[in-house]
Design a protein around this ligand. Structure first.
Ligand code: PLP
Length: 442
């Protein structure tokens, strides 16, 4: 933020000074500008199309209606007004474990194996705080969610190491190219530098690529981690926002045969203290503002320590109660998951159809809210600056705000993320028309 560059930060701790003078997201200011000038065909036809923040606006009406019914038709129980177990109210954990077991994990999930925090960011922060020491390293396949750097680093002091598994997008299908050989080389490099690898973090489906990990891959990576005494965490925050890869317009993008499964199934099979899963309701259930994250682990010591570390991160009881009432309604949940898949697939198709028209390559997505696309042929200069210039030029000339490649830590320049669920379909269509006109004019 501009004013932070000039303010006096010396009254703060060293940590505070650092935080006061850096922005958590490089696209934050432009996002704030864009949301105050949203496109509207009648009122603001010259407005902006923010496609950079990972929100599932397509499903908000459905969740809103259901939560309004809960609030209108039920009396709030008394426990909501009191303190409860920092890992989550026992009845709510029971209901949420049942939801995970049936819909996400498709294997037994005990209420005693889960802990709630206020959103995935809080889950990441609390988990890394108790699993790793400051200065330990977490390895993440690149490109990866830029905010991992802050969520792992600011309080826990854990350092991010980006595993480079490919350079060009055609080296990457809808199944991640990560192998244990990538982990071997990271291990050797970190050892040579005197640093300890403490966590391997995968996101499946991935942000930003939308790729997933096959069952065999998850198992071999899990076995590698157990053998090296490294924690493996799989973040399944997009686990129920899947693309229908049988859709006839998309089928050709998915030649790979792979059996996919939730990491919880590998955890149940291998029964190790080193394997953990994260989930949150922010994306699949369009509740980024409600703040509901979940850890699932069979490591009792990890859960016990979270019970203490999590106190400042607890999910409000009103939120726990409302969500659990919604989750009890299994007809609603089943219908909701199918509808989400349908809408996510439709908006994904709209974006990739536009990219195909101008020959821009992308990673075929299995799930998530994103398309990760390669605009490098339009760079005037193959550098970080060239990438930033193109990102800003697209925004200034079309109003379309993409997520810039910077921060995802992929080596190739000119790659941007498009959040295809950020706007209503008609607005997304208009945004794609404007982008096509822009790129055709270059
Ligand atoms: C992979 C991943 N993890 C965590 C988060 C943070 O989610 P929350 O809003 O629940 O903190 C996001 C949000 O974009 C994400 O993409």
């Amino acid at each position: 933020m501009d004013n932070n560059k000039t303010i006096d930060t010396t009254s703060l701790s060293l940590r505070g000074q650092d935080l006061a003078s850096t922005s958590a997201r490089v696209d934050f200011e432009l996002f704030m500008e864009a949301v105050q000038n949203l496109y509207c065909p009648d009122q603001n036809p010259a407005g902006a199309f923010p496609l950079n923040v990972a929100e599932n606006t397509l499903m908000i009406p459905d969740v809103k209606e259901r939560l309004e019914q809960v609030l209108n038709n039920h009396k709030i129980p008394e426990w909501v007004f009191k303190y409860t177990d920092p890992k989550g109210h026992p009845e709510v954990r029971e209901i949420l474990a049942g939801f995970m077991e049936k819909h996400l994990c498709k294997c037994p999930v005990s209420p005693d194996s889960i802990c709630f925090s206020a959103g995935a960011a809080a889950t990441i922060e609390a988990s890394s705080f108790v699993l790793a020491n400051a200065g330990d390293v977490v390895a993440i396949p690149a490109p990866a969610y830029p905010m991992y750097t802050n969520d792992l680093g600011v309080k826990s002091g854990v350092l991010r190491y980006d595993l480079q598994t490919h350079y060009h997008l055609n080296e990457h299908g809808s199944i991640s190219p990560l192998t244990t050989a990538n982990l071997d080389s990271a291990w050797a490099e970190l050892n040579a530098r005197g640093q300890g690898l403490k966590i391997v973090l995968l996101t499946s489906p991935d942000n930003p690529t939308g790729c997933m990990y096959s069952e065999g891959q998850l198992k071999s990576i899990a076995q590698w981690c157990i053998a090296h005494k490294v924690h493996l965490i799989v973040n399944e925050i997009y686990g129920l926002s899947l693309i229908d890869i049988t859709d006839e317009d998309l089928q050709h993008d998915y030649p790979e045969e792979a059996s996919l499964c939730s990491f919880a199934q590998i955890m149940a099979e291998l029964q190790s203290d080193y394997l953990h899963l994260w989930y949150a309701l922010s994306k699949d259930f369009a509740m980024s503002g409600l703040r509901f994250g979940i850890v699932h682990s069979l490591n009792q010591a990890f859960l016990n320590s979270l019970g203490n570390a999590n106190i400042p991160h607890m999910v409000s009881n009103l939120n726990q109660w409302g969500v659990s009432e919604m989750m009890k309604d299994s007809n609603f949940i089943e219908h909701y998951i199918l509808e989400n898949k349908k809408r996510v697939t439709q908006s994904y198709k709209l974006v990739v159809a536009a990219l195909n028209k101008i020959g821009v390559s992308y990673i075929p997505s299995r799930g998530s809210l994103f398309v990760w696309a390669d605009f490098s042929k339009y760079l005037k200069e193959d550098s970080a600056q060239g990438q930033e210039n193109l990102w800003i030029d697209i925004y200034r000339k079309t109003g379309v705000l993409l997520t810039p490649g910077a921060g995802f830590q992929h080596q190739k320049k000119g790659l941007f993320r498009i959040v295809h669920t950020a706007l209503p379909t008609a607005h997304l269509e208009e945004a794609m028309e404007r982008m096509l006109a822009y790129f055709r004019s270059l």
